[in-house]
Design a protein around this ligand. Sequence first.
Ligand code: UDP
Ligand code: MG
Length: 341
Amino acid sequence: MLYRSLETRIGLQGFVVPTSQVTIVVPVFNEAEGLPRFARELLATIDRIRDIAWTVLFVDDGSSDETRAAIRALNAGDGRFQGLALSRNFGKETAIAAGLRHARGDAVILMDGDLEHPPEVLASFIENWRAGYRIVFARRIDKETQSPLRRFYSQAFHRVFSAIAHPRIPAGAVDFLLMDRKAVDAMNQLGERTRFSKGLYAWIGFRSTTVPFLVGERHAGQSSWRFRSLARFALDGIVSFSSVPLKVWSYLGLLISVLAILYGVLFVIRTLLFGADVPGFPTLVVSIMIFSGVQLISLGVLGEYVARIYDEVKGRPLFLVEETIGGTAEPQSEPHIRRIA
Ligand code: UDP
Ligand code: MG
């Protein structure tokens, strides 16, 4: 602490330029292979940015490989590398939440540990932060590294999300951004369990700007997302930020009921005029199928929301820390605890 407060620079005109503290939070899951290279390239970049005391906080999200040992080795070589090991794999969103809660400093930068988020962007993060923006998003401008299916999928998601959910996510936004202390504190106050960070960054507000970046090559290992978890993630995003899926069924139900009544009236008139033609069986089957379909879908939608309510009500901690590597163990802010009266 004393060391940090002494770490100031005498400016050219003789006045003291205070050093800001910035923590870089990096969620890592089975990234042992690529971590040393990531650390090397990160250091090369941050050492060129002046007047900042850096901390790099790796959040080991329950890796099953040697990731934790790799973090320890980095910490032994340079105390600025610190780590937080969660007790199991909680998923990237939760690892981010853990990192934000433990990160110190005047600003926090969030980035992936696989070099897909190029460290050079950090310089423009800091520049914009110094210019007064509280959040600086990085927006990916090429998507060539993704498979066409994944690209289609993320574009479709963005379109649906911005059509029906409340906060607008900047198009192409990823979990690569700088947040000022105020924004980090705001994020830490959000106690929800089903976390969809991209929506939350937008939800908290604050003055923000966007800088473009070219996606780097994943240098080792492989992306840990599978189609199913992506689908899950997209659903979480929509359900956390929109109640449209909950409401749309009543309109659809109303429309179908009106049509059914009209059809019934038509049927009565026809029977009165031309007499009953017995069959009608297909109509019956088709209508029963349509209605049970609609009912099942709407039940499913209700279930999605109810499941989340259940999850929130249980009030379990969001994550559990097994070990801290370097740095201090206490979180920067206390978790938000829900009490159900
Ligand atoms: N990650 C994590 N927990 C997980 C999955 C991923 O902390 O359960 C980390 C991973 O180590 C990487 C970042 O999140 O630093 C992005 O993951 P990945 O590269 O697999 O995703 P993609 O880049 O394909 O979105
Ligand atoms: Mg990646």
